[in-house]
Design a protein around this ligand. Structure first.
Ligand code: GLU
Length: 477
């Protein structure tokens, strides 16, 4: 949590924005137009539950409509408020521009503890919230497309999609009204893992440039890097799992609600997650490693990479000076306050900013939206045709390798690998990897190309704001 005297989350985002626009030549009118949040709708609705009417407060904020539809998650948490929703909506605008997802930014939130209600109750609450937003076109495939965020997932998105379809029975594109749906309800393969996968691809992109890694005093690739992850929710779990299983990184600490688990030998993320799901989401009592009750202290552990993957404001004026990680990747939105960001940068810490680091979610949501509008799964037309062409080549190679005079031999698994056509998951991962590489490239060119840009966050803001400004200008504004 941020300490007293720090700007609010929305003010923090605004300050970062202003720091970037001070380095740009936009003109004050346009700058202000891009910065402000266009609208925030607040709804208070009642649902009869457990014999009485419960009143809930929800928000849908639209930050920028320079491109439509606008998009952004819906969060279920007791901490939801207008300031937070507006900050998150602004970040969605900048994030979409940075990864070239053709959307404006929006965000929603419902002030609720999702654990306090059973599944049927949550369905009633979600459908009622969706009803309020749908009837005002705040959920609509052409105007506003929500997605999952903290406290929501495939299940809630499926309810929202169904509610929209019930209220718009002749809309042939109804499924595109929300993303993050389960595959059997119009979703796309790889969406659940997408944000964590994007964090992995972002780190791979970073370490592909030794001179960037050197800025953080690091070298080599991800193999053997010591990682601390805060939050083992959807994003933190997938990021930690992929980094440890695919890249050889060593997760030495996991921070959760009931403290931290520390193990220098490296934590088996899959094993831990399964154990936690059998133990009410708790770390305490896990048979390996040591348990630290004060989880926040584990943010200060000596490590190579710190991954805050839970919520905003966890690195603040009160703890920034103690953070030892030379590289922080913001898997959550806004985990570092404006003041903490300044302290960390002064210490030489490199920060891979949220608007880039966690953009994997919205990127794959974009693919899902396109899939829904085209009404066909990616790869369905091409896959077997590609396989057939590959088979021709393999058979020709086999024929040649049977020729004793040439003395060739195909590698044992070549045929199987080469013949494998790309299914939807492979295409989604390819599209995500390409997106993350391209955005990293744009950011680092700005970072290294200008003497007055000293960090990746400023670079990301400038790339993103320039693109938004260009869109506004082309509209004649
Ligand atoms: N909640 C996600 C975020 O903060 C949005 C994901 C999406 O649009 O699919 O980026």
């Amino acid at each position: 949590m941020s300490v007293a005297g720090e700007p609010s989350f929305r003010e923090s985002v605004d300050l970062m924005f202003k720091q970037a626009t001070a380095l740009m030549d936009l003109g004050p009118g346009l700058q202000e137009k891009i910065r402000v949040c266009n609208s925030t709708y607040t709804v208070r609705f009642g649902v009869r539950l457990r014999g009485k009417i419960e009143t809930f407060v929800g928000y849908r904020s639209v930050h920028s409509e320079h491109m439509e539809p606008v998009t952004g998650g819906i969060r279920y948490s007791l901490g939801v408020n207008q300031d937070e929703v507006e900050a998150l909506a602004a970040l969605m605008t900048y994030k979409c521009a940075l990864v070239e997802a053709p959307f404006g930014g929006s965000k929603g939130g419902l002030c609720i503890d999702p654990r306090a209600w059973d599944e049927h109750e949550l369905e009633q609450i979600t459908r009622r919230f969706a009803y309020e937003l749908i009837k005002r076109d705040l959920i609509n495939p052409a105007q506003n497309v929500p997605a999952p965020d903290m406290g929501t997932g495939e299940r809630e998105m499926a309810w929202i999609a169904d509610q929209y379809a019930r209220m718009n029975t002749t809309d042939i594109n109804a499924k595109a009204c929300v993303t993050g749906k389960p595959p059997h309800a119009g979703g796309i393969q790889g969406r659940v893992e997408a944000t964590g996968r994007g964090v992995q691809y972002a780190l791979q992109a970073f370490f592909r440039h030794p001179e960037d890694a050197r800025m953080a005093g690091l070298s080599g690739d991800l193999d053997g890097k010591r990682v601390v992850v805060q939050g083992l929710g959807n994003v933190g779990y997938h990021a930690a799992k992929f980094l440890s299983e695919d890249d050889g990184a060593k997760v030495i600490a996991v921070i959760e609600r009931d403290g931290a688990l520390i193990d220098e030998a490296g934590i088996n993320i899959e094993e831990l997650r399964q154990w936690m799901s059998r133990n009410d989401g708790r770390l305490a009592g896990y048979p390996k490693g040591q348990h630290m009750v004060d989880g926040a202290r584990a943010l200060e552990l000596d490590c190579d990479i710190l991954i805050p993957a839970a919520m905003e404001g966890v690195i603040h004026l009160g703890n920034a000076a103690n953070i030892k990680a030379p590289l922080i990747i913001e898997a959550a939105n806004g985990p570092i306050t404006f003041g903490a960001d300044q302290i960390l940068r002064k210490k030489g810490c490199v920060i891979i900013p949220d608007m880039y680091a966690n953009a994997g979610g919205v990127t794959v949501s974009y693919f899902e939206w396109v899939k829904n509008l085209s009404h066909i799964r990616f790869g369905r037309m091409q896959r077997r045709a590609e396989e057939a062409r590959s088979r021709l080549l393999v058979e020709e190679l086999e024929r040649l390798s049977n020729d004793q005079h040439l003395g060739w031999q195909l590698s044992p698994d070549f045929k199987e690998k080469f013949l494998q056509g790309s299914d939807e998951l492979a295409l989604v991962r390819s599209g995500l990897d390409d997106t993350m590489r391209a955005a990293y490239h744009a950011m680092r060119e700005m970072w290294h190309g200008r003497d007055d840009v000293h960090d990746l966050r400023m670079a990301a803001y400038i790339v993103s704001i320039s693109r938004i400004a260009a869109t506004y200008k082309s509209k004649g504004l």
